[in-house]
Design a binder for this molecule. Structure first.
Ligand SMILES: [Fe+2]
Length: 127
């Protein structure tokens, strides 16, 4: 049985494409979010292209994981997540999350992530 958004008991999944490119020295990326129900986790997996998954916990401590075709990424609860395309082609990745997780984009709109992934001397660098 399909489950409505914000109702518990189901899993949603989808795919995202990020075109290649930069604004200044910052790569194209997703906006990033926490989940409205902060304890809800998520899986991401790489399908095409090369990217970086940026993770930030509630204490604003950051970590990063490389995404490539076949890579699998567990995003634990209480962790904001954003994907950056560092490749020369479109990055495509899949996602699967609990139906009651919800999205909180406002926190990132207000305070951003504590570090950004920029191209420095031709290489992705977390600054
Ligand atoms: Fe999410």
């Amino acid at each position: 049985m399909p489950v409505e958004e914000n109702q518990e008991g189901g899993l949603f999944y989808g795919t995202t494409n990020i075109e290649t490119g930069k604004v200044g020295d910052e790569y194209f990326m997703t906006k990033g979010h926490f989940h409205q129900k902060m304890n809800r986790g998520e899986f991401y997996w790489g399908i095409k292209g090369n990217g970086v998954l940026l993770l930030m916990n509630k204490q604003r401590k950051m970590s990063a994981e490389k995404m490539s075709p076949g890579s699998l990424h567990y995003i634990s609860g209480y962790t904001a997540h954003r994907v950056v395309n560092i490749g020369l082609d479109t990055l495509k990745f899949g996602a699967c999350w609990p139906s009651d997780a919800g999205h909180n984009y406002e926190e990132i709109e207000r305070n951003g992530f504590s570090a950004r992934l920029l191209e420095v001397d031709g290489k992705p660098t977390l600054i």
